[in-house]
Structures are given as C-alpha cells and as structure tokens.
Design a protein around this ligand. Structure first.
Ligand SMILES: Cc1cc2nc3c(=O)[nH]c(=O)nc-3n(C[C@H](O)[C@H](O)[C@H](O)COP(=O)(O)OP(=O)(O)OC[C@H]3O[C@@H](n4cnc5c(N)ncnc54)[C@H](O)[C@@H]3O)c2cc1C
Length: 380
C-alpha cells in the first residue's frame, strides 16, 4: 500500500483549492500528497457565483460580474445596486482548466484518476480503497458527500437547494446584461419556496434557472416547463435556443458535519458542511475555509479543533426550521428583507460578516411569527 502524508479525496472545488494551497506553500514541500479523483474534470459541469468586495483571488477566471441585482416577490419589484459588492460568476471549466494542471505540476503531489469506494480509519493511518488499489494517508481530506448520516437523524431538518438551468441564446436582444436576477419569487410557489435566477451574459445570452428550497426534487419536465413559461412571459415570448444545461442539488441543513471529523480524517467542501445552510452558497466559503485550514495545520492544531461555532448557524437553523414547518414561507421572508433593508447589507449578512447591530436590523425586517415559533420549538 502506498503511503502519503496527506490524501485529498475528490478534486472538485474544495479538493482543488486545498491541493493548490498545500502545493504552493513551501511549509508543505516535504509532505507527500495524493489526490484521488474519479473524473477528468474536463466538462463545464457547474457555474459558480459569489459576491465579493473589490478584487479577489479568482478575478482572472471570472467570466462576468454584475454590480446590480433584481429581486422580486409577490409585490416587490426591486432593481438595486449591491456596491460595495460585485456578484461574480465563474465557469466550472475555466476553474478546472486553471487548477488541475497547476495542482498536477507540484513536485510533491501525485494525481491518480480512480474511484474511491471506502475510507476507513485504522490505528496508524487512514486507508482509502479505490477500484484500482489501496492507499494509506496520515491525514485524509474527504470531499465525497455521504448523505446517510444527514438523512438518518431528525434533529436538523434537511432541505435542498435544487435547480435546473438552461443556457439560452435569443434571436433578438432580451436581457439587461448589467443586472443579474438574484431571486424572482413572482412565479407560482405551489406550496414551496420557488424562484427564478437569471444570469445575463449579454443582451441575447443568459442562464435561466428554476430553483427551489424544498425537501424533494421535481421531475425534470417540471423544472423545464417552469423555465419555458418564465421566458415566454418575462421576455415577451422571444424565440431562443437552448445551448447548454445544468442541474444541481445542494444540501441545506445545520447537521453538525464536523462531528464526523477525527484527528486523521477531515471532511471538506459540502461533505464538511461548508455550504451555507440557508442559501446553498458554498464556493466562496470553501475558498475561505481552505485558507483557514492551511493556517490551522501550519500552527500544529488538531483537526478536530478546526470547527468554529458561530451565531450565524443559529440564524440558518431558524430559517430552515421555518421552511421545514411551512415550505412556502421563503418568499415572504426574502421579500420582506429586500423590501426593508439594503441589498448590500443582506449580502453581508448572508456572508456571515455582519455585526450584532446589523443582524438586529435584518431580523427586525423579517416576518416575526414564524421565527418566534421556530425559536420556541428550539428552546423548549
Ligand atoms: C450545478 C451547480 C451549480 C452550483 N452553483 C453554485 C454557485 O453559484 N455558488 C456557490 O457558492 N455554490 C454553487 N454550487 C455548490 C457548490 O459550490 C459546488 O457543489 C461545489 O462544487 C462543491 O465543492 P465540493 O468540493 O464540496 O464538491 P465537488 O466540487 O462536487 O467535488 C467533489 C469531487 O469528488 C469527486 N468524486 C466524487 N465521488 C468520488 C469517488 N467515489 N471517487 C473519487 N472521486 C469522487 C467528484 O468527481 C468531484 O470532482 C453549485 C453546485 C452545482 C452542482
């Protein structure tokens, strides 16, 4: 069995960012690192968006950014600036084309394309079994998300942010390329929290995505018919063709993923609970967590100490409790927030960066009863 200091399982967003951070840091040059990835990372399998103040680490890979967003509810129609933030979009393929060769070029990193089917911790190392072999790691960073422990508990509700998107090209100008539709709840909710998300790349090209925060996935045709009706209604039945598609489902839960970590096995990315429970946004937090993790290891701290509790998890939990109890509540919560508070403040809050005073402003903008009820049930 080949032995490594570190094994990174899965080379998606978290695996690649971690491998790059370890590979470029001279502190880790004496460490042997193995990356195990089942795929080739050669397709544009996702579009990552995040908001950021000013310039950032991914700017060279950013495909498009917007300073304005549109949010709509039952009554609300809001076009607003998000300055000092910009909403930035990166194509998965550009990210992979940049990071995969970079990671493979580090002298102390070995890249093996293989399917991992078991990770088990022994006394002296963690053993990783793959289709083609078995590897031992002093420490394993695992980004394969195992849904079972999350499903087999009922203390923390589990919703999903699920969506299907069409990249469309219209025959004539239809979109405003300076404004991204962040959440358009003006569509039928059918008992859930449903919204449209539109990223316009030009006047004739956009990603139009039908998104839900709910427990169960829909049939493919249900997402597609919702996109069809939306484009017909919102963009005056402009003729278009579908150039590409994407589908995603991101867990929304306050399940304590960190409880699965040990001294030798740390879960990263979605598997580590790095997705924001109340929104599904994961990418930017992953980039932050990777930096924190590398610093944590450099300081010789134990992996089980990596997790940090924060009051934002409590807010996330209350929102998920509200949506779990009444899944149609999302529209009124977000509509009320965006109606009463500045979009940049809401983004700061969703980024876990607000002060307690700012959080009180956000909380006071939300409908009171559902949150008080959720709070009561959590406390008693
Ligand atoms: C379509 C889509 C759009 C998204 N858009 C956004 C967004 O706009 N903003 C945002 O913040 N988040 C977004 N997310 C959520 C999140 O940022 C991504 O899912 C992100 O890729 C999660 O990173 P990760 O490292 O946890 O998982 P992944 O990036 O999925 O990486 C896991 C890796 O493990 C590999 N793997 C899986 N099983 C095995 C196995 N058995 N053996 C070996 N390798 C294996 C996979 O091939 C993959 O490369 C999106 C997700 C999807 C699916």
């Amino acid at each position: 069995m080949s032995q490594y200091d570190y094994i990174i399982v899965g080379a998606g967003a978290s695996g690649l960012l971690l491998a790059d951070a370890l590979g470029k840091d001279p502190y880790f040059h004496s460490k042997s690192i193995l990356v195990l990835e089942k795929g080739t990372k050669a397709s544009n399998d996702r579009t990552w968006c995040f908001w950021e103040r000013g310039s950032g680490d991914f700017d060279a890979l950013v495909h498009k950014k917007w300073d304005n967003i549109y949010v709509a509810g039952e009554k609300l129609r809001l076009s607003t600036s998000i300055v000092p933030y910009a909403y930035k979009m990166m194509r998965g393929i550009d990210f992979y084309r940049h990071y995969v060769p970079k990671v493979k070029s580090y002298a102390n990193i070995t890249w093996v394309e293989d399917l991992v089917f078991d990770i088990s911790e022994g006394k002296h190392h963690v053993s990783v079994k793959t289709e083609k072999g078995e590897y031992g790691g002093q420490v394993v960073f695992n980004s394969i998300f195992d849904v079972d422990p999350v499903k087999n508990q009922d203390r923390f509700p589990v919703l999903q942010q699920h969506f299907l998107g069409w990249f469309i090209k219209t025959e004539k100008a239809a979109f405003n390329p300076r404004e991204a539709t962040f959440m358009d709840f003006s569509i039928p909710q059918n008992g859930n929290t449903r919204f449209m998300y539109v990223l316009p790349f030009s006047e004739t090209e956009a990603l139009v995505e039908y998104t839900l925060f709910s427990e169960k996935l829909l049939k493919k045709e249900d997402y597609e018919s919702a996109i069809k009706s939306y484009v017909a209604e919102k963009y005056d039945a402009v003729p278009y063709k579908i150039v590409d598609r994407e589908f995603g489902s991101i867990p929304m839960t306050c399940y304590p993923f960190h409880a699965l970590n040990t001294e030798r096995l740390l879960h990263i990315g979605i598997a580590g609970g790095w997705a924001k429970p109340s929104t599904g946004f994961t990418f930017y937090n992953t980039s932050r967590q990777v930096k924190n993790l590398v610093e944590h290891i450099r300081q010789g701290k134990e992996l089980t100490q990596f997790y940090k509790k924060s009051r934002f998890q409590f807010y996330d939990m209350l929102l998920l409790d509200v949506l779990h109890h009444d899944n149609s509540r999302g529209r009124s919560v977000f509509e009320s927030m965006f109606k009463k508070r500045k979009a940049s403040l809401i983004l700061k809050f969703l980024d876990d960066k607000t002060s307690v005073w700012e959080e009180l402003q956000i909380i006071s903008a939300c409908p009171k009863l559902p949150f008080l009820r959720a709070l009561w049930h959590r406390l008693f």
